[in-house]
Ligand binder design. Structure first.
Ligand code: FE2
Length: 183
């Protein structure tokens, strides 16, 4: 009897604490959906499913990872991400599928892309292209940018909200970016 009472008492004491916690977690959610940008002229539907876009091509290795969430800050399990980009010389593969690939995020909306740092081409700063969305919903199109690029200031499409966090790694660059989908 006394043990039961103790357990009940513990539940009564714990319940408001749990409520407070979830309210705090909700309050911490800052819904700032990732801005959309133009796909540009080089997107091709039908890329192979793969996380690794590179084999033995030249260029500095780039690993990008992150998470896809909804505007409620909850992860989007199985979110779809379709990446495409220029090679180290600033060229897109418009005949084949080099540096193009789509992937499904894991059960917590996490993804990882292994690629190379894209090169520059006239008129643009350094960037990656991506379409991202819920497995059963529309996809938004956007671009990701690199910090400390002189071209960022001159590129009309550049937006600071689309900057990746980029650090030097042992064999290239390690980057991260979290996508938030619009409601
Ligand atoms: Fe581009």
């Amino acid at each position: 009897m006394s043990r039961l009472l103790t357990r009940r008492a513990a539940l009564i004491i714990a319940a408001p604490a749990v409520l407070t916690l979830s309210r705090a977690a909700l309050a911490a959610c800052d819904p700032r959906p990732t801005p959309a940008e133009t796909a540009g002229p080089y997107y091709k539907a039908g890329a192979p499913e793969r996380q690794m876009l590179v084999g033995h091509e030249g260029g500095k290795r780039l690993v990008l990872s992150g998470q896809v969430t909804g505007a409620d800050c909850r992860p989007v399990p199985g979110a779809l991400l379709d990446f495409w980009q220029a090679d180290e010389a600033g060229r897109y593969d418009n005949q084949g599928w080099a540096l193009r690939g789509w992937q499904r995020a894991d059960g917590e909306g996490r993804f990882r892309l292994e690629t190379v740092v894209p090169g520059l081409y006239p008129g643009r700063t350094r960037h990656l292209h991506v379409k991202v969305g819920r497995p059963d919903g529309p996809r938004m199109t956007t671009q990701l940018y690199f910090p400390d690029e002189p071209g960022n200031r001159r590129d009309g499409l550049f937006r600071p909200e689309l900057l990746m966090r980029v650090a030097d790694a042992r064999d290239g660059k390690e980057a991260s970016f979290d996508f938030m989908l619009s409601p």
